[in-house]
Design a protein. Sequence first.
Length: 350
Amino acid sequence: MKDVVVVVTADTKPVSVDGLDILLVLTDVEKEMKEYTSLEAVRNEFGESSVAYKKVAALFNQGKARPTPEKLVRSVKIVGLGALESGRLVPAIREYQRKDDNWYTLITDRNDDASILALAAFAEKSEPLEAELASGVEDHRKFYVAQTDNKELAVGKARAAVIYTQSLEEHADAAWLGAAGAWYPEYVTWKFKMPDGLSVPELTEEERNSLKKNNVNYVTDEYKRNYVKDGICTDGDYIDSVLGKDWIAKDMRNRVYDVFCENPIVGYTNAGFTLIGAAVLQSLGKAVEHGIIASDGDNKNGIYSVKIPSEDEATEEERRMRQMPPIIWEAQITGAVHSAKAKGRLVVGL
């Protein structure tokens, strides 16, 4: 037997993250939507000098980001809407939605203030109200990530995250999305991530305070540590909280639909109600596994409660409409400040 044995193995290839459903909107070309799963395919289609290639390169090439992701973004939809006059970008995206609304995260090639403000407002309005959902509006909420070189940009919208950069050629929006979004759907902060390829901007204390006041993220250099701070949306909400709550909404909806589609009938009975309630419990349990919902320190049980109604709680109107009384649930979101809670009200028709 040899005294010294050295074994060298190659790193395993990171698996691809899914669920972010990223759409890259271009305004420098007209092109039908196509999904790309490799940087080579984007290069062959658009060329290495194109904005499309540079954006996707920043998005995909985050294998050396800190902390190093176990998964990498390897899928992006790209659509070219062509040159658009001021104020026409959002209407053009809405028109595109009629053909394809199966995407969640939005990035674009527009960095001007007007476009960022318009797209942030679009994202904020994408989350439907309960009354809209009850009237038949589908839930296709969006999340928007942008970059800016304006140190004084103030947006103040929900569901939108902006990162400041001194060089728009670094495509900080795509790089940050590739580095922080690679952990999805695990509940991780978008703060303290250091995307590969980004530099530290030169900022005065006054400029940093302005960015912080306007909830604009940027790469900082603190005690010889470089990272993005503060992982927030332009309205001050934390990005991880928004993504986590969106994941619960999507997963719970999918599980309830599966119950209806996989059973010949879900009866208007306690047994039927329990079947729907089980889907809600499964979704919340999965959210605990992802770290979205907090767990107690001792038993690692998820901190949530669910009230499944009984058949005798249904009103005559609910019976006539075959509508189940609402399932009410409440959960403690991980990392929430001051014990903030997420609340849900699930209404389904049987």
